[in-house]
Design a protein around this ligand. Structure first.
Ligand SMILES: [Zn+2]
Length: 358
């Protein structure tokens, strides 16, 4: 190809051997202007030439290659065979076998590309699903399960209670029958927000999802109170009354409920705080009892809410923030129930809310 130039295109380092490129074979584009240029950095000589492409330069994906792994899928192969036998019936519509064969090649390409894309999509989706499942903490799932089981238990208990309500038996241990009845009326007190009704009801049944309750049904790892340094089992009574955090809040919010207590009467105790029953409450007016009961519920709510923040989000809530929550919730209640422009319940507090008056 470079007849006019003499010599070799490669020399060995010691000069004892050499070789020469004489031919370059190409299709439809003979090389021209071949020249040899010595290079200082190589023992090869640079050979350059010009190739003229008759059809110009084409760019693109190049030749299609069949993904052979698709042929291992029996379903894919069976479906392809069916298609192919259909294409065979089309032979008469083409001028030549070569034209027909081009069609078959094109459709084959389309078929396998489509199958390949679908397979890839399915695989990606599966991988994404797996990844998602691996990334989302199993705790979240367990919490959902916990909640589902809990509400199931709750609903079945609720149904049973509604059924049993017609019978004069109320399952509150350690209370007289009339006190027990009062507990259930208090839990359904019409002035209470629904969440406070739920909380009261669950507290009275001792089925609030505290750790001791969840642990006994195998849904919590430990029955121990989540407050740091508190190693008692977290029962409903512990959470709302005995735990240091609860005791602190009850003490701190005393000024809010002391004025509602009957003069010289009942001391605040577990039954009064949690269930709204106790001696001395008979002397309260309906409105005073409502004030007292709402205040007690707001305090229980604050204890429960801060406990859930601690367990769910690991956020410890300081006592003064807890106290602020109590006062703001009470203000909300006052605005809707006792406030001017409220719902007009100021005068009409249901008689059923008065302890002992049945
Ligand atoms: Zn505790």
């Amino acid at each position: 190809m470079h007849q006019r130039e003499e010599g070799f295109t490669w020399f060995s380092g010691d000069g004892t051997s050499a070789s020469r490129i004489d031919y370059i074979f190409t299709r439809d584009c003979p090389p021209t202007d071949a020249t040899l240029t010595p290079l200082f950095f190589s023992d090869h000589i640079m050979l350059s030439c010009t190739l003229s492409l008759p059809t110009g330069v084409t760019v693109g994906g190049g030749l299609w290659k069949l993904n052979c792994s698709l042929l291992e899928d029996e379903d894919v192969v069976r479906e392809y065979r069916e298609q192919f036998s259909q294409w065979q019936t089309l032979q008469d519509f083409y001028d030549s076998r070569a034209q027909w064969w081009e069609m078959v090649k094109e459709r084959t390409r389309q078929y396998f590309r489509k199958i390949g894309r679908e397979k890839k999509k399915r695989l990606t989706r599966r991988m994404m699903g797996l990844q998602k499942r691996l990334q989302s903490p199993p705790r979240k799932f367990l919490m959902k399960l916990e909640r589902a089981v809990f509400y199931f238990l709750w609903v079945s208990k609720w149904e049973r209670l509604k059924r049993d309500d017609r019978e004069p038996v109320s399952p509150v241990p350690g209370l007289t029958l009339s006190e027990a009845k009062q507990v259930w009326r208090n839990a359904a007190h019409p002035a209470l927000q629904n969440r406070h009704k739920d909380l009261s009801w669950m507290a009275a049944h001792e089925i609030l999802p505290v750790r001791a309750v969840m642990h006994s049904s195998g849904m919590a790892k430990t029955p121990t109170c989540p407050r740091s340094g508190c190693n008692f089992p977290e029962t409903v009574r512990h959470l709302l009354w005995e735990c240091g955090a609860a005791r602190d809040l009850w003490a701190k919010t005393g000024p809010l409920y002391f004025p509602c207590l009957p003069a010289g009467g009942a001391q605040i105790g577990y039954q009064l705080a949690l269930l709204g029953v106790g001696r001395g409450l008979k002397d309260l007016t309906a409105q005073d009892f409502t004030s007292l009961w709402l205040t007690l519920n707001v305090i229980k709510d604050a204890i429960w809410a801060t406990r859930n923040l601690l367990v769910g989000k690991r956020v410890p809530v300081p006592l003064h923030a807890c106290e602020l929550k109590v006062t703001s919730m009470l203000q909300g209640y006052r605005a809707t129930i006792f406030g001017r422009g409220g719902r007009g319940r100021t005068e009409r507090v249901p008689a059923a809310t008065v302890a002992g008056r049945t």
